[in-house]
Design a protein around this ligand. Structure first.
Ligand code: 6GU
Length: 247
């Protein structure tokens, strides 16, 4: 999969692309990230990329020409999705990450300052996306978050083919508790069942741990999770214990 990223700060991406899963995916040819400096597409001699807003008010607005020139010359008629990062966008989710990963090519325009000229949206943007309800100084960090979350859905990017479907949210639930060695630390013990070698019992325990955590922290996720009869019963028990003040 190929990403075309349009930004005023391409260097911000370097360390993220040079480590861990994204690094390995690029080395294996599964992922290509092309960074395009919007400034290189400015037409005036000062290479201006932003100006004060018409109508006054504070802040600066990213200009339309450099961005449209950059996107059109890089995509050259290709019909890839073009994402604009903006706090006014649709909220980014695991489902969206999986959907975007089905495209061979994806463009992300990193918004900056107080805004982006509205005509950028009208001319080249296909999706406006926000990563959450808070304001970042620029879209670069949001673009990196999306890049990472999307890359995890590209086939063969994750070492263990099982990992992505087990992630929090892919199943509609938060992940439960995890343990590794040692079996006891400062009196805190790993649950016996995880040491038992009984794979079915381990799977049951994990699912229950995920259900319990989701119920405690993000109960609204349970409304859309697909649950078996016995899982619903388990949640009923949690709710009863809670109403008796036991948890
Ligand atoms: Cl995508 N951009 C900016 N600037 N701030 C954000 C955001 C995006 N998502 C949440 N906050």
């Amino acid at each position: 999969m190929r990403f075309e990223i349009f930004t005023l700060f391409p260097a911000m991406f370097e360390s993220v692309l040079r480590e861990s899963i994204l690094k390995r995916a690029r080395e294996r040819g599964l992922l290509t990230v092309n960074l395009h400096n919007i400034r290189a597409y400015a037409t005036d001699k000062h290479q201006t990329t932003d100006e004060p807003p018409y109508g006054g008010g504070g802040g600066m607005v990213l200009k339309v020409e450099p961005i449209v020139r950059a996107v059109e010359s890089v995509l050259a008629g290709d019909s890839a999705p073009v994402i604009l990062t903006t706090p006014q966008g649709e909220r980014f989710t695991q489902r969206m990450a999986a959907e975007f990963a089905t495209y061979p090519r994806l463009a992300i325009i990193c918004g900056r300052y107080e805004g982006v000229d509205e005509r950028v949206r009208q001319l080249v943007v296909t999706h406006e996306v926000s990563i959450g309800d808070y304001v970042l100084s620029g879209g670069e960090l949001a673009a990196m978050v999306m890049l990472d979350a999307i890359a995890r859905h590209i086939p063969n990017v994750l070492g263990n083919a099982e990992s992505a479907p087990n992630d929090s949210f892919s199943s509609g639930l938060l992940e439960g508790a995890h343990y590794t060695r040692p079996p006891e630390f400062r009196g805190l013990c790993v649950p016996e069942v995880l040491l038992s070698g009984d794979h079915a019992a381990v799977a049951r325990w994990r699912r229950r741990s995920a259900l319990q955590r989701t119920w405690q922290r993000r109960p609204e996720l349970l409304l859309n999770a697909s649950l078996s009869e016995s899982e619903r019963y388990f949640l009923g028990e949690l709710a009863d214990a809670w109403s008796r003040g036991e948890s």
